[in-house]
Design a protein around this ligand. Structure first.
Ligand code: GLN
Length: 382
């Protein structure tokens, strides 16, 4: 038999999110693993989609996105962060955050370029960098605080460093970057040509009155950054796979050269529906409170259990330690929790290259009250 070549990612398995969701389905467990809401989006938004489909907006959009949506995105960024992006030349609508990240890396990372990431890291960064021949340099943030030691990060920088990838608020740790982190980053990249890819898909989900600090608030960073955001997280529609990349014109021009051959454009009626819906800022201004209530409900419910609760400043993920319950690896523990206690989670080791095991798992609380109640009940039995 002929030996056909393996793919360039032959060393990579199926993502942990798909694995855990599959396990949850197989064992009929409550799925708090993959991050997606189990409640319906606003019917007003659904009505807008229906309207634009029925009205005949069903053909290709311009490759950068529909103008009304790009205008609303620019308005949102300016209102939230006082940063100005030109809607037509600096904002590109993408098929979700992951495509924006993939395209940004594909656009700029060449063979042997180095890319710095912070672990625990969202799972698509490293394989995408490697797909284009780049080399990943990693800084490990550790439980329980997941702080960044910038002096160590500095040692990772070389003349080959092409890009730094940030994820703020961080999935899975739920930590946010502080003013000091951004000031250290400014110092780090000053007088270099390092690009920043800032994955801020949870930007509107930050708790306890804390502020999300976007890369675009800092002119020294904005000029070299590609900012990625997601409507899936903003409006509870992760399955629509729609997001955007905001970047200065010179970077956007290059980004679109790849984007046009990657997806060309994103579906038209949903872009128009989102633009219409975004005219009312109320539709996202209370997201923090909405998710904070869910976080608090879960934390309160688990407070009396043997699980330990790590800080959760943002995202829709709560990190739990389970040292008092088991000394198994987090992967084994998460699998057993799904099979025997019917609650699916994600083990933190999947977000580290070396499978670092701090006995931490991640639960998604973007769920209906009754789902969270059932999960708390099961977890209380451990
Ligand atoms: N962002 C989601 C999470 O962190 C997963 C998305 C996916 O399944 N690729 O759970």
């Amino acid at each position: 038999m002929i030996q056909l070549p393996l793919s360039k990612l032959s060393n990579v398995g199926t993502t942990i999110f798909s694995q855990m969701t599959q396990l949850a389905n197989e064992y009929e467990a409550i799925n708090l693993s993959q991050g997606f809401p189990d409640f319906l989006p606003d019917t007003e938004l659904l009505d807008h989609v229906n309207h634009f489909i029925q009205k005949g907006f069903n053909q290709y959009a311009p490759l950068g996105g529909m103008m009304p949506l790009k205008e609303e995105i620019a308005r949102k960024i300016e209102n939230s962060h006082k940063a100005v992006y030109h809607p037509d030349s600096e904002i590109t609508v993408t098929a979700g955050g992951t495509q924006a990240i993939f395209t940004a890396i594909a656009t700029f990372v060449k063979k042997e370029d180095e890319v710095i990431i912070f672990e625990p890291a969202y799972d698509c960064y490293e394989p995408t960098v490697e797909l284009f021949g780049g080399i990943v340099k990693r800084f490990e943030m550790k439980a329980p605080d997941y702080e960044i030691d910038w002096a160590t990060v500095k040692d990772l920088v070389s003349e080959k460093t092409k890009m730094i990838i940030l994820n703020n608020p961080n999935n899975p740790s739920g930590k946010i970057l502080k003013e000091n982190d951004l000031q250290e980053l400014i110092k780090l990249v000053k007088d270099t040509s390092i690009l920043i890819l800032s994955d801020e898909v949870y930007e509107n989900i930050v708790f306890d009155g804390k502020q999300h600090l976007s890369i675009c608030q800092y002119p020294e960073l904005k000029e070299r950054s590609l900012l990625v955001a997601s409507f899936g997280k903003l409006f509870h529609v992760t399955g629509w796979k729609i997001g955007y990349c905001a970047a200065p014109k010179n970077l956007t021009d290059e980004f679109r050269k790849v984007h046009q051959f990657n997806v060309f454009c994103v579906n038209t009626p949903i872009q128009l529906a989102l633009a219409e819906y975004m005219k009312n800022d109320e539709h996202y201004l209370h997201l923090n409170t909405f998710f904070q209530e869910k976080r608090n409900f879960l934390r309160k419910g688990l407070a009396g259990t043997s699980f330990g609760l790590l800080d959760c400043e943002g995202t829709y993920f709560q990190a739990l330690t389970y040292d008092k319950i088991s000394d198994k690896s987090d992967f084994d523990f998460a699998s057993e929790l799904t099979i025997n206690h019917k609650v699916a989670s994600v083990p933190f080791s999947s977000f580290y290259k070396n499978k670092r095991n701090d006995h931490v798992i991640r639960l998604c609380f973007a769920k209906k009250q009754e789902t969270l109640e059932r999960a708390i009940e099961n977890l209380s039995r451990l």
